[in-house]
Design a binder for this molecule. Structure first.
Ligand SMILES: C[S@@+](CC[C@H](N)C(=O)[O-])C[C@H]1O[C@@H](n2cnc3c(N)ncnc32)[C@H](O)[C@@H]1O
Ligand SMILES: [Zn+2]
Length: 137
């Protein structure tokens, strides 16, 4: 069976916020880069966890769909350190119960990876993707 290889990525300090994730290889548009790992929990059970994470300034939950959510605080991988950008270079795509992070355009080695969180501002965190960004996470 052919094993699929994924682009190499690394966690590093980010100018945007705390840790970020950076490409070590150049990545072609639409390539699957990494999946967002985390414990799969029912959406209704996620609300208390979300409130607890947000009270500490963290966003770790990622909705698979209306019924299921992944909590990267438990069993998460490097994908949990990917920051939000309002003009991101990645997008997310759910296949079954796997959340894939894919390249939205060709990405050069050394670029920080980002995708849109689509939180609707519920976390109340001012976005720092670029000077003067008025959006909230
Ligand atoms: C999934 S974590 C990303 C990793 C984070 N940088 C860290 O060091 O833990 C999400 C958190 O990163 C921060 N963050 C991500 N993107 C941001 C942005 N565009 N502006 C401000 N804070 C951001 C917020 O504090 C958010 O709760
Ligand atoms: Zn922004």
């Amino acid at each position: 069976m052919k094993t699929r290889s994924y682009p190499r990525i690394v966690r590093r300090r980010s100018a945007l916020h705390g840790w970020g994730v950076f490409a070590l290889d150049s990545i072609t548009k639409n390539t699957r880069i990494v999946h967002y790992a985390g414990e799969k929990i029912p959406a209704r059970a996620s609300r208390a966890r979300e409130a607890a994470h947000q009270a500490r300034g963290h966003i770790w939950l990622f909705a698979i769909n209306g019924r299921w959510v992944r909590d990267a605080e438990i069993g998460g991988n490097v994908a949990r350190f990917i920051n939000h950008d309002c003009e991101p270079n990645c997008y997310t795509r759910v296949v079954g119960d796997t959340i894939w992070i894919c390249a939205a355009r060709n990405i050069k080695a050394g670029e920080e990876l980002s995708y849109r969180y689509y939180t609707g501002g519920t976390a109340g965190i001012a976005c720092r993707c670029k000077p003067g960004c008025q959006n909230s996470l």
